[in-house]
Structure formats: C-alpha cells, structure tokens
Write a new protein. Structure first.
Length: 375
C-alpha cells in the first residue's frame, strides 16, 4: 500500500512537473526574442506558483499515509515558495516605486526645462519689443533727418537764388521763387492758426468767414482757407512793377534789410501788411521802425520778402507780365491751375483760390486752388 501511494505520488509529481514544463514552453517573450524585465518577473512568478502548487500536493500526500518527515519537508518547500512570492511582490513594488520615482524625476526635469524655455521666450519677447521700439525710433529719426535735409535743401536753393545775379533772371527762376513764396505763406499761416486757436478763436467760424460756404473733403483742409486769406492780403493792391530787389536779397535775414534800409519799398510794404498783427504794441513797434525778433514776425518778414521779390522781378523778365486769378465755381483746368492736394479727382470745381497765377511771356505759372467734387 505504501508503494502504491508512493507510485501515485510519483505519478502526480511527474504530472506536476510535466505541467510546469508545458507552462515554461508557453511563457511570454518579447517580439525581439529577448526577455524584458517585466517578462522575467512573470516567469519567476509562474515558476514560484507552480512550485508552490507542487509542494502543496506533496504536503497533502504526506498525510496519507501519515509521514511526519514528508510533512515537514513539504511544509518547508511551501514556506520557501511563499517567501519567494513575497520577494517577488517586494521586488515588483520596488521596481514600481523606482519607475514612479524616475517618472517623477523626469517630470520635474521636463517642468524645469519648460520653465527655463519660458524664461528664454520672455527674454526673446522683451528683446523683440526693444528692437521694435528701436526700429520705430530709428524710423522717426530717419523721417526727421529726411525732413531736415529737405529743409536744408530748400534753404540752400534759396541761398543760391539770393546769390545769383538778378540781371539774368529767367522764367525757370521765377517759378522757383513762386514756389518759395507759396511755401512761405504756408509757413506763416501755420503759426497764425495756432495763435488764433490759443487766443480762443473758433477756427471753423473763422474759416467760414474767410470763404463762405466752402466744402472741405477733410476738416484739416480748412487750413487752406487761412492760406488763401494770407495770400489775398499780401497781393491786395499790389501791381507788377519793376523794382530793385537787390537790397533785400543781399541779406540772409530780411529783418537786417529793414533795419539798414528803413525807407525802402520793401520796408513800406512790410508796414502796410502789418495788419496781420492784432497786438497794437507789436504794430506800433513796426510802424516806429523797430522790428521785434519774435518767431511769428520773423516768419512774416520772410514771407513778405518772397512776395515782394516775386512782384519785383516779374516785369524784369517780361514787361507785359500779368497776374491772373481763378473764380470760385470754375471748372478745374490743368492748363491754368494746380490743386493744393495731390489726389485730384475728375469733374472738380474750384472752391477758392489759394495763390494767384502768373503769365510771363510764353510761360504760365499755374494758380494754386482748392477743389471740390462737382455735384
């Protein structure tokens, strides 16, 4: 009976071992044929469970017939396999902890890298903003330099005109002086408007009084009404007659000419046109032969100089020179007129004349006009 039991146990044992070998043949492997860390843990777990199962069977067999030695041996095997399972469990947990710790470390590293890159991004944004500001500053500086260069070029041209012999004046030079006169009227009208505004004038009403019922495409174009008023006042009552302008052109500063030649035609012209200054003290100073060095008066005298020279040299080129005006409501003609605004539309009419034109021999210096679209 003992042999039979032993044979049965041996058969079961063999059966168990065969089962374990079959299990070993079905153990998972990676696609590359090499076992990974997780696969090794699974194999160890399967082996331990199989060994525990076999030890448990041996423990049961040791009770029938009852064999204390086999029971102790089987019990030790069971305890050994349980300890192995505990070790596997501890190893898996440690690996999971290490993996979690590694992932946390990687996450912290990534977070630190992101923060560092965000700081770099903010620095780049600040640098871009600073460069944009520098570009804007340089553009403004370039614009200012271009404006200054243009003004210097105008001054140089004016000086060249002043130093040339006035006995060889031609129509081309007259057109250049005409342009300088137009610019000087604009230069005087601008501070005059600012002074009126500072004195509490209603500029809309003032523009309406200068040109009643005029239509403006932009509110800022009302400045042309004041330029037209200045031009009208400066040309009022003047006739084209030959006169010596050399005493004016000899001086870079026309006020010096007024001081040196207080009884000249140019000095009398300035006194007559001093009506622009509403301040009685200012006006009395000029009438008495004194010339204040205020910015507005200096601009006025410079304007008066070019208007005076324009009148004085027209007949030296052509004794039959004429000044012509353009009536309000006239159809715009490119032959006789020039718009003060560059973008001229078709089918336009004249709202008002800003600067009269001149006919010098066969040459025509166009009148400058402000236009509106004909309805």
């Amino acid at each position: 009976m003992g042999e039979s039991s032993s044979s049965d146990a041996t058969g079961r044992t063999g059966s168990g071992r065969v089962g374990r070998k079959d299990g070993a043949r079905s153990q998972p492997a990676s696609k590359s044929g090499k076992l990974t860390g997780g696969d090794k843990d699974l194999l160890t777990l399967f082996d331990s469970v199989s060994a525990l199962k076999l030890a448990y069977i041996q423990l049961q067999e040791a009770h029938v017939p009852y064999n204390p030695d086999k029971i102790v041996a089987a019990d030790e095997i069971v305890m050994s396999q349980l300890r192995t399972l505990c070790n596997i469990r501890r190893s898996v947990k440690e690996k999971q902890f290490e993996k979690s710790k590694l992932e946390s470390s990687r996450l912290d590293s990534l977070r630190a890298e992101v923060e560092a890159k965000e700081r770099v991004l903010e620095q780049l944004k600040a640098q871009t903003g600073a460069r944009d500001a520098e570009i804007a500053r340089l553009r403004k500086e370039f614009h200012d330099l271009a404006t200054t260069n243009l003004q210097l070029a105008e001054t140089i041209k004016a000086r060249i005109l002043e130093k040339r012999s006035w006995k060889v004046i031609d129509a081309a030079m007259f057109e250049e002086i005409f342009r300088l006169a137009c610019n000087s009227i604009h230069d005087f009208a601008k501070p005059m408007i600012n002074l009126m505004k500072a004195s509490g004038w209603d500029l809309d009403l003032a523009a309406y009084a200068v040109v009643n019922g005029a239509t403006y495409s932009k509110r800022s174009h009302k400045k042309y009404a004041f330029e037209a008023y200045v031009s009208r006042r400066m040309f009022h009552g003047m006739s084209l007659k030959l006169c010596d302008v050399g005493d004016v052109m000899r001086y870079d500063d026309p006020i010096e000419s007024l001081i040196e030649n207080p009884n000249s035609g140019f000095a009398n012209f300035c006194v007559m046109e001093i009506c622009f200054f509403r301040n009685l003290d200012h006006r009395m100073l000029v009438i008495s032969g004194k010339h204040p060095r205020t910015p507005l008066y200096q601009i006025f005298v410079r304007m008066a100089k070019w208007i005076w020279v324009l009148h004085g040299i027209a007949t030296s080129i052509d004794p039959q020179a004429k000044v012509f005006a353009v009536s309000r409501g006239s159809e715009f003609s490119e032959v006789y007129m020039e718009s003060v605004e560059e973008n001229t539309e078709v089918n336009c009419k004249v709202e008002f004349m800003v600067m009269p034109g001149f006919r010098i021999g066969d040459n025509l210096v166009k009148s400058r006009v402000y236009l509106s679209k004909r309805r």
